[in-house]
Each structure stands twice: as C-alpha cells, then as structure tokens.
Design a binder for this molecule. Structure first.
Ligand SMILES: [Zn+2]
Length: 330
C-alpha cells in the first residue's frame, strides 16, 4: 500500500493554493500525485484530481485507490464507491508506464484546512518482456459457462467426490467453467462443481473476481485428488462440491450440497486454536501479511460473494475458515 497526502484549503482559510502542498508518493512501482485543485468556498465542491502512475517498465497492474478525509468533508467521484468514510475507486488496469486520473469532488461543510489522504494498491496482472507497453485491452476477456455433469465427468466423480446416499443427486449438480487469473498473471480456465441453484450466481462471482485481478492458484474438481480435501488443499486448489462431512463430525458439509467454495486454501487456512494442519499455510496465519491470494474483510472477493448473498468463513467467531464461502453462510 502506498499513501500520499494533500492538504487542501477551503473557504480561503489557511493555505493559499492547494497545489502548493500537493503530495507525491512513490513506492512499489506506483506513484500518486495530487494535481492542482480548483478552489471553492465552503459548501461547494473542489475538484481534486489524483493521478496514479504505474512506473513499472514491464508490468501491468490492476490498481485500486482509496481516498479519505475528515468526517466534515464529503468525498464523491464517478465510478467510486463510498465505504464507511472512505471512497474506493477501482482504477482501470494500468499498462506499464500508464497513468489514470481520478477526479474527486471534495465538499467541506465548513471553513477550515483539511487533509485528503489517497492510498493506492496494485496487483500485477500481466508481465511483459522488457520495454513492452502492451495495452491490457488485449487481455483475455472473461468466459463463464454452466453445463450439466457430462457422462464422462459423472463417471470420474462417482465413488470419488459423489456416491449414492449423498444429499444431492448428480443431476442437480452443474459444471461451471470460468476464466480465472493465475498467480502468473495470466488467464486460465477452471472448473467448479456446484449445485444448479447457485451455478449462475457463481459465474457472476467469478466474473467479478477475475475483473478485480485476484489471483487463484488452480481450479479443478476434487476428483483430481481422489476426493481428498486434505490433498486438494495441499495443492492450493480452489473447489466447490465434495460429498463429505464437516471435518470431525458426521454432519454433511455445505460442500456436500454444492453450495460452498474454498478459495486459495493454502493462503486462506482453516484456523482452529490458532493453528492450521497444513505446513505451507503457517505463514498465512498472520492475516496482516498481505500476500497475493490472501482474503480480507471487504476485499473485492468477499464483496463479490456478498453481492450474491454468500457468507465468508473469515467472519466466523472462534474457528475461522478463511478459504470458505457458502450460500448459507455456514
Ligand atoms: Zn469450505
């Protein structure tokens, strides 16, 4: 995260010229500049242009900008969303060397000097050869399809992730094939098995996750791991349906109904008693690590699932299941 601060004068009190104190910050290949603002009296909007530049020579990044100000100063901008006291602006994907400017309308409710803080975070979405400035317009667009379980898939699943006696019939499951962004920044195709009642919603969620540039390690049905949840997690595999009980109980898991998805499970462990049973997950017990693939409250992935009405196991009290999303919230 990179932050820049600008002090802005309102109503002629304090600083004479906002641009004179405009802040610049650079780090991790991004820079933020406050461009000269138009001055306006209290109660009227000042337009504060904030420019984010991708200084990488070869790397395209998906950028998100957060802007905050004191509570008596209202912030608004086209294409941005207000979250609590912050304005969150998804900046379009920036090719190497490219810049984008967000014009924020700043309206103080009284006279006084205030500070506007802008923070940018970037996620690599493509790495090109040195000197390349290719535009992201050519990046693979998202595709999502929903299909019944084919006879070939049914035979791979039967006796592995599905058996007679499972709470859902194979006929009620769907194969959802979607584009996802890998940790290599490239587009890949993956398959999730889910209940037919949620299949279309899952396509929409995955579309949003792809647009946000969030990386996913792999996405194959758990049958590739013999239906063994532990092995699927060890492979950092993102998956949906698996006819299995909740670990340590005889109760069916939400996965057994095809209404739950585990995402990047190594980066997002099931944490019980401050521990994980996967060695490779230990470093991710520190949820402030900020490593790629880690999920956080209110991030683009959690919001994408929430928009479909799905809950996140990262909000559970006590035992937390950071990888787990489900239609029921359980
Ligand atoms: Zn789960």
């Amino acid at each position: 995260m990179l932050a820049a601060t600008a002090a802005v004068a309102a109503g002629g009190v304090g600083l004479a010229d906002a641009s004179a104190v405009a802040g610049t910050a650079a780090g991790k290949g991004l820079s933020i500049d406050f461009l000269p603002a138009t001055r306006a009296p209290a109660g009227r909007a000042t337009v504060l242009p904030i420019r984010v530049t991708n200084n990488h020579s070869t790397r395209a990044v998906g950028v998100s900008l957060a802007v905050s100000a004191p509570s008596w100063v209202d912030l608004a901008a086209d294409g941005c969303q207000r979250q609590r006291r912050r304005l969150r602006c998804p900046v379009r994907d920036l090719a190497a060397g490219a810049a984008a400017t967000v014009r924020v309308n700043v309206t103080p409710s009284r006279r006084g000097v205030y500070r506007v803080v802008a923070e940018a975070s970037g996620q690599t979405i493509a790495d090109g050869p040195s000197g390349s400035r290719r535009s992201l317009a050519g990046v693979v667009s998202f595709h999502g399809t929903v299909s019944p379980i084919s006879p070939a898939l049914a035979s791979r699943m039967t006796g592995v992730s599905w058996k007679p006696g499972c709470p859902v019939a194979l006929a009620d499951l769907r194969a959802v094939r979607v584009t996802y962004r890998g940790f290599d920044g490239r587009a890949h195709a993956g398959t999730l098995i889910v209940h037919r009642s949620v299949a279309t919603a899952v396509v929409g969620v995955m579309r949003r996750i792809y647009a946000a540039g969030f990386p996913i390690r792999r996405m194959v049905p758990v049958d590739a791991y013999g239906g063994d949840d532990y092995r699927s997690i060890e492979a950092d595999n993102t998956s949906g349906f698996n006819c299995r009980p909740v670990a340590g109980t005889s109760r069916w898991s939400e996965h057994a109904y095809g209404r739950a998805i585990d995402l990047d499970p190594l980066e997002n462990p099931y944490v019980s008693g401050l521990a994980t049973s996967h060695q490779a997950s230990r470093r991710y017990l520190d949820r402030s690590l900020g490593a790629p693939g880690m999920l956080h409250a209110n991030d683009a992935v959690v919001r994408a699932f929430a928009a479909a009405g799905w809950g996140w196991g990262g909000t559970w009290s006590g035992t937390k299941d950071y990888q787990h999303f489900s239609a029921s919230g359980r």
